[in-house]
Design a protein around this ligand. Structure first.
Ligand code: NDP
Length: 450
């Protein structure tokens, strides 16, 4: 049977919008991914016949739950918890937990959907999932964070497991939170299932280099992409949004490759330091003291602080690394970056550029390292953490870092080759989507209608 592929894709997108009202971020990723898959569907009409698209856009399971907890003043608080188990074709659900007041079902679904393709790209046996809560960790005491995490896990534990679903960190969830979550899981289950969570502390099953992995991976990918196009990171001006886990280690690795990182931000404002951002100072302020980035300008001579986060994209740079949150770069920021002759974008955050911004970059010949590929190093190293837990041994930092590097190079190759094979040479956005999709689609075909 002959299909009109564009019509088929549009119909699935329209149905998603009708059935998932108001979930704008989820609609955004569905549109971006599904349109890019059109050349694959032309070649594989059997995917249309077997309704692979209709099935892949529907989560296998979504869980929402009440998370009650008591603050330090004895007040009862209630947050909402989420876990979306999107696709388990190639392995147990895997994906982080985000604690941020902006979290809602649509955000978790967009992240879970992207995770399917990202996890597939790593070449490791992990399915896609994501979770979190609208809880705001900012300004909370350690005890409040602990009580919240314990309450959250008191429900989540029944849905996860090392062969079922393995959460990790994301915005607002780092080693401290994973520690409290793991402690509660262990207590409830009365079982030391180390591989049920990743991003754990090094004293209880965590992997060396997991903390660094997402940021390092972004730079390994960007470096591969630049080299392929006869450029390098050496001497390039780099601007990075965010100053959290991904941003910090992307900055560190970019500097190791000889780049000059001149600006970073948090949600309140940004700092410019023409002499190169002092990463150890950022770590001290953000990781240790948990303070605002404005502190950096107070402590570092020659640096300047500016209010407002988006202003960071007016800072001239060769390479822009959005590592904060979704839709950080819209068309206005994209135009500004192009005016300033940006060479490449490396997406450290998930969906940090709007679809319009990405199209504009590609149209103007800017190289784009898409999130699903560029930030896959975190989840890949989480899978390495699971392997070490299963084997009950720990690899050295160098061993894990070497494996991470190899995985990022493979992801670049896979994205490059898929883009070429399907007629979009140099478009790594399309290439990553296609390469990630093919393995999942083939697997879904072989596992029947489930
Ligand atoms: P963190 O919580 O460690 O850091 C987030 C950073 O972004 C903070 O500096 C935060 O500032 C800043 N930010 C600016 N604006 C916003 C906003 N509107 N909402 C939330 N944060 C904002 O998170 P991560 O570094 O772990 O994650 C950053 C991005 O990378 C996310 O998109 C995440 O999904 C993605 N990612 C993370 C992975 C990981 O391993 N951690 C793996 C793959 C992707 P402030 O402190 O003021 O809130």
């Amino acid at each position: 049977m002959e299909y009109n592929v564009a019509e088929v894709v549009n119909k699935v997108i329209e149905d998603v919008k009708v059935r998932n009202k108001g979930e704008s971020e989820f609609h955004q990723t569905i549109e971006e991914v599904l349109h890019s898959l059109e050349p694959v569907l032309e070649k594989h009409p059997e995917y249309i016949k077997e309704s692979i698209l209709e099935r892949i856009v529907e989560p296998e399971r979504q869980i929402m739950f009440r998370v009650p907890w008591v603050d330090d003043n004895g007040n009862v608080k209630v947050n909402r918890g989420f876990r979306v188990q999107f696709n388990s074709a190639i392995g147990p659900y895997k994906g982080g937990l985000r604690f941020h007041p902006s979290v809602n079902l649509g955000i978790i679904k967009f992240l879970g959907f992207e995770q399917i393709f990202k996890n597939s790209l790593t070449g490791l046996p992990i399915g896609g999932g994501k979770g979190g809560s609208d809880f705001d960790p900012k300004g909370k005491s350690d005890r409040e964070i602990m009580r919240f995490c314990q309450s959250f896990m008191t429900e989540l534990y029944r849905h996860i497991g090392q062969h079922t679903d393995v959460p990790a960190g994301d915005i607002g969830v780092g080693a401290r939170e994973i520690g409290y979550l793991f402690g509660q899981y262990k207590k409830i289950r009365n079982s030391y299932d180390a591989a049920v969570l990743t991003g754990k502390g090094l004293t209880y099953g965590g992997s060396l280099a997991r903390k660094e992995a997402t940021g390092f991976g972004v730079i390994y990918f960007v470096n591969e992409m630049l080299n392929y196009h006869k450029h390098s990171l050496e001497g390039k001006r780099v601007v990075i949004s965010g100053s959290g886990n991904v941003a910090i280690y992307a900055a560190q690795k970019a500097q190791e490759f000889g780049a000059n990182v001149v600006a970073m931000c948090d949600s309140a404002g940004y700092v410019i330091d023409e002499n190169g951002i002092d990463i150890e100072l950022i770590k001290q302020i953000k990781e240790v003291e948990r303070k605002r980035i404005r502190e950096y300008a107070n402590r570092k001579d020659g640096s300047q602080y500016f209010e407002g986060q988006k202003g960071i994209w007016s800072v001239k740079c060769d390479i822009a690394l959005p590592c904060a949150t979704q839709n950080d770069i819209s068309i206005e920021e994209a135009k500004l970056l192009v005016e300033n002759n940006v060479l490449a974008i490396g997406e450290g955050a998930n969906m940090p550029c709007t679809n319009e911004a990405v199209e504009y970059f590609l149209e103007k010949g800017v190289l784009v390292a898409p999130a699903k590929a560029a930030n896959a190093g975190g989840v890949a190293t989480s899978a390495l953490e699971m392997s070490q837990n299963s084997m009950r041994l720990s690899w050295t930092f160098e061993e894990v870092d070497e494996k991470l590097k190899g995985i990022m190079i493979n992801i670049f190759e896979a994205s490059k080759n898929a883009a070429e094979e399907y007629g979009h040479k140099g478009n790594y956005v399309v290439g990553a989507n296609i390469a990630g999709f093919l393995k999942v689609a083939e697997t879904m075909m072989s596992q029947g209608i489930i």
